[in-house]
Design a protein around this ligand. Structure first.
Ligand SMILES: [Zn+2]
Length: 267
């Protein structure tokens, strides 16, 4: 390749990176699992190799993948890794990560950004805000589901709702002082803290499917789709319930007083 075409290619890559860096979807940091690579940039003639981490959860499909990776130098100590969801999957989409050379001139590159940003869970905002542990377990279960490990996923979803019910109890049911709460069986938490029958029944069903997937031999025929239906119903109820609590709590005091005193509701 001539020096001129090298220069043009590098300039285009740099422009590409600068434009992409302005996009709001980019999120800094790898809040996900990652894997190590050691590669030489494909557009340089030197033999120097660099080690760097690449995301191994595809930002498009959320699957745990070993992404096909190629590294390019774009000048000014900036490097770009182009990644592809593997050819054996259905997704096969491309994504990329941007790196900076380390200041100490070592061979390691520092991760800066990836685009698109990390795969986002589809859990509602109010649940994400209330229970990061639920989100963590839910995402692990989702990763297992994407790999068709349905038994593991069933246990993971059951554990995710346990975290959610307990965090809900701590924040909205004055259970923070209950030292036994974290060791309390999920069924007891359902009985004590979920006063709506539909919430309690859907939580119970997610728990039962999860428990059944845990036991060997399994006690009943396992239907993962049915568990997911109950999970959707439960999360939908909980999202609305948390939202309702949050809005009620943040109502200005003068409005809350109207609710407390029927005689003052003239307007
Ligand atoms: Zn993918």
């Amino acid at each position: 390749m001539s020096n001129r075409s090298n220069y043009v290619n590098n300039s285009l890559l740099l422009l590409f990176v600068e434009v992409i860096m302005l996009l709001p979807k980019i999120r800094k940091g790898i809040a996900m699992q990652s894997a190590s690579r050691t590669l030489s940039p494909q557009n340089t003639h030197g033999s120097k190799s660099y080690s760097f981490v690449v995301p191994n959860i595809c930002p498009h499909c959320g699957k745990l993948v070993e992404a096909k990776t190629s590294l390019y130098s774009v000048g000014n100590d900036v490097f770009v890794a182009f990644l592809n969801c593997p050819e054996y999957g259905e997704c096969r989409k491309a994504f990329f990560a941007v790196y900076l050379a380390s200041a100490d001139d070592s061979n390691s590159l520092q991760f800066m950004y990836m685009y698109p940003g990390p795969y986002q869970t589809e859990l509602p905002e109010h649940i994400r805000n209330l229970s990061p542990r639920c989100v963590e377990l839910y995402n692990q279960a989702k990763a297992a589901e994407n790999l068709k490990h349905f038994d593991l996923a069933a246990c993971g979803y059951r554990n995710a709702i346990e975290a959610l019910v307990k965090d809900f109890a701590i924040k909205y049911k004055d259970a923070a002082s209950d030292e036994k709460l974290l060791r309390k069986p999920l069924q007891n938490c359902i009985n004590e803290y979920l006063d709506n029958l539909d919430e309690a029944v859907s939580a119970y069903m997610v728990k039962e499917f999860g428990n059944n997937a845990t036991h060997y031999p399994q006690l009943e025929q396992f239907d993962f789709t049915e568990q997911m239906n109950y999970l959707d119903i439960f999360l939908s109820y909980m999202s609305n319930k948390i939202k309702t609590h949050d809005i009620a709590i943040t109502l200005p005091q003068k409005h809350l007083q109207k609710f407390a005193s029927p005689a003052s509701q003239a307007d």
